[in-house]
Design a protein around this ligand. Structure first.
Ligand code: ZN
Length: 77
């Protein structure tokens, strides 16, 4: 049994995150597609913006901060 990379909850389906953070990750990626089409924003810039705006929910913000903290140059799209 493994635990979420962000909180201490058990992960779902061998994924990296728990149910809540996995859901947040899905929303984060969907929203990125919209933003990218609308404004051509890059992934890292998008994560920065998410962490700055008040509308971002707590779960999504935690996922964004987690990705930023572990992302290296190798994961650029
Ligand atoms: Zn979690």
């Amino acid at each position: 049994m493994s635990f979420c990379a962000i909180c201490d909850r058990v992960v779902v389906d061998q994924k990296e995150f728990c149910y809540y953070h996995q859901e947040a990750l899905g929303r984060l990626q969907e929203t990125f597609e919209d933003w990218r089409k609308a404004s051509g924003i890059g992934w890292e810039e998008y994560l920065d913006k998410l962490c700055q705006i008040d509308e971002t929910g707590q779960w999504v913000r935690e996922v964004a901060e987690h990705i930023k903290s572990k992302d290296g140059p190798s994961t650029k799209t």
